[in-house]
Design a protein around this ligand. Structure first.
Ligand code: NAD
Length: 325
């Protein structure tokens, strides 16, 4: 199988590519991978193994998913696309929403058009729980309404609808996943877990939005990657799969865990003005992917978080310097 992975130099995309090449995902033996990434601020070549480590199995193309001509050149010969490429940081979307509409919506439409033209067999669209909005109680199923609140979430919801329309109108063999918050190695330091971890490791304060009572579900990136692979191999066209994991924590709970793991005291917590439109709680009902595809999370939150803090502690060269926030 030959797979094109868009956004494959970012946090989750690169974890997926490495797992494919290492053969740790179901059905990944001998899979050949092409990474297409714009290599903006979030995409890093050093997130990926050297092509020489996987002769004939890894190709890396620098390019934009909005570039239809490039896609027409690159796509033919691939059996599947896993589409990660997106602007991904909510805070940035508050200040520059148009960049999110461009990459996330126009990029997805351009990719879908190119897949149709190239006759690409299978398409997995990587989306997020944030498209559902915010809920104080209960859990969202895949049929819950899309009620996004941030420009990031709105652009992702629009991209989900672009994919849905391509399935309905043109019979594209595409499935969409909506995953909860991921944590793991190689996540950009602008995101909560690495931002707080790297600051605490330097003895610096961490900014908690508002009262810190916002609830998120946390999933280790390796569990997300396995879910994506199961959807790629066995997911149904037009079907959405929630990928939650069930590990809920408030931002204050999470901050407390990170303080402990970094050996830091509570005096380093600084409450700051809340994020505009900050969603209070996300919670997914993920019974569909568990029952239909046999997925379940394997990484326990406490162990996974400790491993991730250890990774940042041991890889200061990856995040220190200009990238440190
Ligand atoms: P990331 O920002 O680390 O990676 C995104 C990658 O996409 C980067 O390498 C970037 O260079 C690339 N990219 C952006 N715009 C592009 C364009 N126009 N053309 C080509 N490449 C482009 O983000 P991530 O956390 O790895 O997220 C990957 C995907 O997973 C996104 O679609 C995101 O919405 C989704 N997701 C993320 C999470 C999470 O917790 N991080 C949770 C659920 C879903």
């Amino acid at each position: 199988m030959r797979v094109l992975v868009t956004g494959g130099a970012g946090f989750i995309g690169s974890a997926y590519v490495r797992a494919l090449l290492e053969g740790t995902l179901p059905g990944s033996e001998g899979v050949r991978v092409t990474v297409l990434d714009a290599f903006g601020y979030a995409g890093r070549r050093d997130n990926l193994p050297a092509a020489a480590e996987h002769p004939d199995r890894l190709e890396v193309v620098a390019g934009d998913v909005c570039d239809g001509a490039l896609l027409a050149e690159v796509l033919p010969g691939h059996d599947a696309v896993v589409h990660f490429a997106a602007e991904s940081h909510v805070d940035r979307s508050l200040h520059d929403p148009a960049a999110f509409v461009r990459s996330n919506v126009l990029g997805t439409q351009t990719l879908v058009d190119a897949c149709r033209a190239a006759g690409t067999g299978r398409f997995v669209h990587v989306s997020t729980d944030e498209v559902y909005g915010s809920t104080d109680e209960g859990r969202w199923t895949e049929d819950s309404p899309l009620l996004p609140n941030s420009p990031y979430a709105a652009s992702k919801a629009a991209s989900d609808l672009v994919v849905r329309a391509a399935v309905r109108t043109h019979g594209l063999d595409a499935s969409t996943t909506r995953c909860s918050n991921n944590y793991g190695p190689r996540q950009h330091v602008e995101k909560l877990v690495p931002h707080f971890t790297t600051r605490l490791l330097q003895g610096r304060t961490v900014p908690v939005y508002g009262d810190g009572g916002n609830v998120r579900e946390w999933l280790h990136v390796s569990d997300h990657c396995r879910a994506l692979q199961l959807v790629l191999l066995g997911g149904r066209a037009g079907r959405v799969y929630n990928v939650g994991g069930g590990q809920e924590a408030t931002n204050l709970d999470l901050t407390g865990r990170l303080l402990d793991l970094c050996g830091a005291g509570p005096h380093l917590v600084r409450h700051v003005a809340d994020r505009l439109g900050h969603d209070r709680r996300y919670a997914l009902d993920d019974r569909r992917i568990r029952t239909e595809l046999g997925w379940e999370p394997l990484v326990d939150f406490a162990t996974g978080l400790a491993d991730v803090v250890a990774w940042y502690r041991e890889h200061t060269a990856w995040w220190a310097g200009p990238a440190a926030a």
